[in-house]
Structure formats: structure tokens, C-alpha cells
Write a protein that binds this ligand. Sequence first.
Ligand SMILES: [Zn+2]
Length: 412
Amino acid sequence: MKPFLLLPLLVMIPLIATSKIRFDNYQVYQIIPNTLEQVNILRELEENSQGYDFWTDASKPGQPVDIMVPPHLKYNFLDFLNLQKLNAGVWIENVQKLIDDEKSQVSRRAEDFNWKEYHTLETINAWLDSLVERYPGIVTPIVGGRSYEGREIRGVKVSFGPGRKGAFIESGIHAREWIAPATVTYILNEFLNSKDASVRAVAESRDWYFFPSINPDGYAYTQIDRMWRKNRRPYKQCVGVDLNRNWDYHWMEGGASSDECSTTFAGGSAFSEIETKSLSEYITSVADTLDTYLAFHSYSQYLLIPFSHDESAVPENNDELHQIGKAAAESLSVRYGTNYTVGNWINVLYISSGVSVDWVVGTHQRRLGYTYELRDEGQHGFLLPPEQIIPTGEETLDSLVRMISEADYHRN
Ligand SMILES: [Zn+2]
């Protein structure tokens, strides 16, 4: 056969990946650096990424760093550990096994929505629609913005009457953190159905804005690449911006990357992405009423207080935020003994900038702003087994009830 005859066949091969990316024998190592020098070496490795996926960032000596290593780099990585005298253990033997255990999302009817499994974007949206029908006058639909691929950023407002302050809840800005939307929909459901007096009091104390998936393109894409974090806007060399580095508050002042291929690529400019731009406009339209803004992520079990970009920059009511945060974490630990660390983002984690809660608290001077980093501590990382959705929902709701009760108690 003449070679040129092959050409028409070749050009017909579609370039868009539709089959799932597999992670067979990808391993996750947990490293605990002992010295600042080792922390810096890990940061360098992260910046030059070279195929390693940092599930958690290097922050300070003694703080664990989780890195996913593809099988073809395993021996390079072991050499690196030896050369740098780094102590490491394998926390996840085979990433694909955990993905298989999650049982990939299947589409469900809204009536079959549950917290025993993770759901697709379509199922979550269908369930939100069903709430609007089932709770007329209480639940109203909101389109908070748009995505690069033209999806709506869907939310609902839950209001039990006029004259209340507002509280805003977002999750899913990082696509692979599936436990975040699952927990937020759990809380939303309890706010509507719980008969517990303390839950009722908190649910009815405010107008709640729930946005379970504010990076809908990224979340949909995790059906193909389970480890996807960013949005899906193509740049020149790579796809996607880390939407939680793109907000217009001290944008690109540290802990964010100008490298398009980095998982923390901050975008071409502040609010360069339609998701952050459009949603921030919606938030601004209701900002005067808000006293609370909560962002849900995973993982590491932290409750983070602004700000992320500068140690000397703290919210005006920093002491109050610590006090309320500690009370919330204490209540969270009661049910299952799950321990959270509470503190200002830059102290607990590492420097970041352009994050959503910082923008809300810094720009609109709202009173309560927290970022939750949900379960676990790296045993499963982003691949938290579905059996843990309900326990995570329960304990997180406990903490939220305490947080709001404390806040109102101190103010009244
Ligand atoms: Zn996150």
C-alpha cells in the first residue's frame, strides 16, 4: 500500500479524547520534609512539575506533602527521594483501584438522588430543579454565571422568609474534589428536611445561596480525567486555569503560577475566566446582604481563615474568626473524632493568591469567610470512598450549625 493512502484515514481520527484516562499503577507518596531546605527542594520539583502531580503543596517542615507519581517515573522519583534524603511512604498503591472503587458516576433521576454515591453534573442539576418544584416559595433557582464551554453555573436560594441576612456556599471550584459538592448537597438537603431544632434554627436564620459546582466544565471533564482540577479553557500550550487563583484580590502575588501547564495557573489576568468573572458579578449583586461566605474543598481537614497572600494581612475580626472557627472544629470532631486544624490560610498552608474567599472578605468586607478542606488526611486524598460521603456531611453540618450559632450568639 502506498503511504499517502493512509493519510485520509489519519486525519479522520478525532482529536478529542472521549475515553477515560486510566491511572493504573500510579502511586501517591506521602513525604514529610524535616528541614526548610527539603521543603524548598519539593517546591522546586512542584514548579518544574515534570509529570508529578502534587496533591498537597510543600508548606513547612513537618507538614506532609502528597505526590502522585506515574509508573514510568517511579524509579526517577525513588532516586530523587534517596538523593535528597527524604522520608516517604506509599499512601496509595494504585490510584486506578480507588477510582474503580468509587464506581464511576452514572446519571440518576432526581428522585433517586442520594449520598451513597457521587453524582454527575446533570444529576445534581436535575436534583436542584426538583427542589424548586418540591419547595415552592422556599427554593428558587439562580444562574450565577457561565462557563467557558457554555454551561450555566447553577445554584439555588433557600429562604424561609423575608428580612434575613445572606450566606453563600460554593463548592467544586476544583473539579476533582468530588466530596465538596457531595457535602454541600447533603447540607442543602438537611436544611430543607431536618427536624433537628438546631439545624432548623440555622437553616432559617439566613437566606442561603448554594452553588454546588462553580466549575461545571471541569467537573464534567472529571468523567474523562478523574484528576482534573482547573477549568477547560484552552490556552496556547495547555488547557485550563486554576479558578481559585483567578479572583481579583492580590492576584498573582504568590502561590500561583504563570505557567499555562501548571495546576495552579492563575490565568492571563485577574478575572480572565468567564466562570470567576460572571460569578463574582452575581456575588457583588447580593454582597450587601451577605454576612457569610464559605468555600468547600478537599482535602487535609483544615478550616482556613483569610488571607492567603500575606502573613501580616488579616481580616479586621481575625480573633473572632479564630474563636468561631475553633468552636466549629470542636463540634465537627464530636461525632467521628475527625480532627481539623484552624488558622489563617497562609499560616496553615502556604502562600496563595487570587482565591475566592479572600476576594469576598477583602473586597466586600463580609464578616464570616472560611474555606473548608474536607476529609481525609491523604489516605484516599481526592478519591474519598463513597461510604464516607454521609459521615463527612454529618460532621460538616455539625460544624456549620455551631459556626452560625456562635456567630449569632456573639453578635446578639
Ligand atoms: Zn481545592
